[in-house]
Design a protein around this ligand. Structure first.
Ligand code: AMO
Length: 429
């Protein structure tokens, strides 16, 4: 008999169906017993005899045969009258680490992460990853349909890409190697290789010494790079188009999950673009908030979100024209002011979810800038070489997958949006 998923159940005469899943809840009344059965697609009420539930415990994996009936009192309007139950997976616990049956969160986030495969059985926790999965699907579909190709770049590298010391070292056959901070160089090289438009969904590693609600040491980076751009406005335009596509797609595919999190997505996104210096002035004028040189701190980002929400009624803002001193060496400087770059950040509900910009594509300009910054040019020959053979104007951006998931669902901690998060303290599960 073919197994049927709970989502596909419908009343179908006296036909017997085969269900497989976990015992989510047991209600043993005097005259009848109920099991809530949970599978990957949903939860359904099973009507059983006392004999049938004998020995069953919460979270046993079971296989059930039964007949579907309409019952308006059942949670989904239908229930399954069981004819046979078989235990497919035994349980070996004394007490579950925390309650899975309700949405009430009694366990701390740390405990939930310690018992990750148990906390992911909580339907609301699992829903986070349904949404995340659809974000990835939408990202791939949108960029593929815009003639981008998916690539995979090395995660073991010989140097960092983003400047700074936030790189993990790896012993690579007795040579020092690093875990990739970003596909940056390789996605640019692929533009140069003639692929023109590429994207990647892959892990990025940051040895950041921050143990915060918005930082992970291993995160999924949604990277985009495109050739023959006019300037960074082409990049902001395509990211804005993608976000509009994403919202529409999530509304179609994740309406139940979004409802679970009380999230209502707007129909159309129009994202204001404001130079960083102007944003800093606004913060000072409106909130008496001083910003660090060439940046906006966390508090400033949150205040600026408040301002943007009131003025433009949106949760997003592109901050543009970041200073050259604050951007990596590959950032293209503005034509009329070398102090600032053709780059941007995208701030979503007060949290940076994207960095992007136009890159330097002229070999001599790039080489001179690297020398000026004291970078050992010969170490980057593999990257620079590409620029000798007709590198077109290009640029790109990267979206942090866990960050965008966290912000769409208002999660409050990025670890909730990572299946098995890696932070300064956590190396298991
Ligand atoms: P950046 O370093 O700003 O830019 O990273 C891009 C985006 O990645 C996410 N992100 C993180 N998410 C979780 N934990 C972290 N520690 C973390 N660090 C970064 C954020 C951030 O906006 N090469 C450039 C991108 C480009 O210009 O194409 C880069 O990596 O969402």
């Amino acid at each position: 008999m073919k197994r049927i998923y709970i989502k596909d159940l419908a009343v179908n005469g006296e036909e017997t169906v085969l269900l497989k899943g976990w015992v989510h809840k047991i209600r043993d009344l005097s005259h009848v017993s109920f099991i809530l059965l949970r599978d990957k697609s949903g939860i359904i009420q099973l009507v059983c005899t006392k004999e049938q539930i004998k020995g069953l415990r919460l979270e046993n994996a079971i296989e059930v045969k039964g007949v579907v009936h309409a019952n308006e009192k059942a949670p989904k309007g239908i229930e399954v009258e069981v004819t046979a139950i078989e235990v497919a997976g035994k349980v070996f616990y004394d007490k579950l680490p925390f309650e899975i049956q309700s949405y009430k969160e009694k366990a701390t986030l740390e405990t939930q992460l310690d018992y990750r495969t148990i906390s992911l059985r909580i339907p609301k926790k699992k829903a986070i990853f349904r949404v995340q999965n659809e974000i990835e699907t939408a990202f791939r579909a949108f960029f593929k349909s815009n003639y981008f190709e998916e690539i995979h770049t090395p995660k073991i590298t010989h140097s960092g890409t983003e400047g700074g010391s936030e790189v993990f070292t790896v012993n690579y056959f007795n040579r020092r190697a690093f875990l990739s901070q970003s596909p940056q160089f390789w996605k640019q090289m692929m533009v140069g290789a003639g692929f023109e438009r590429v994207f990647e969904v892959g892990y990025a590693y940051r040895a950041e010494l921050h143990n915060t609600w918005r930082h992970l040491n291993e995160y999924v980076s949604l990277d985009v790079e495109m050739g023959f751009i006019k300037d960074e406005t082409d990049l902001m335009n395509i990211e804005e188009k993608f976000l509009n596509y994403l919202y529409k797609y999530l509304k179609e595919t994740c309406s139940e999950e979004l409802r679970l999190f009380n999230v209502e997505l707007p129909d159309e996104l129009k994202i204001p673009r404001i130079p960083l210096a102007e944003a800093q002035e606004i913060l000072l004028k409106e909130f008496n908030k001083k910003s660090p040189v060439g940046n906006i701190d966390n508090e400033g980002e949150a205040l600026f979100h408040k301002y943007i929400k009131e003025k433009y009624n949106t949760d997003f803002v592109f901050l543009t024209e970041y200073p050259s001193a604050k951007r990596p060496m590959y950032a293209m400087e503005c034509e009329d002011n070398a102090e600032i770059t053709n780059s941007f950040d995208l701030i979503f509900k007060g949290v940076e979810i994207t960095t992007g910009g136009q890159r330097i594509h002229d070999y001599e300009v790039l080489k001179a800038k690297m020398e000026r910054l004291g970078i050992k040019v010969e170490d980057f020959d593999f990257y620079l070489d590409t620029f000798k053979y007709g590198m077109p104007p290009h640029g790109g951006f990267a979206i942090g997958l866990e960050r965008i998931t966290m912000q769409i669902l208002n999660l409050g901690n990025i670890r909730e949006a990572a299946l098995f998060p890696r932070d300064m303290k956590r190396l298991t599960p």
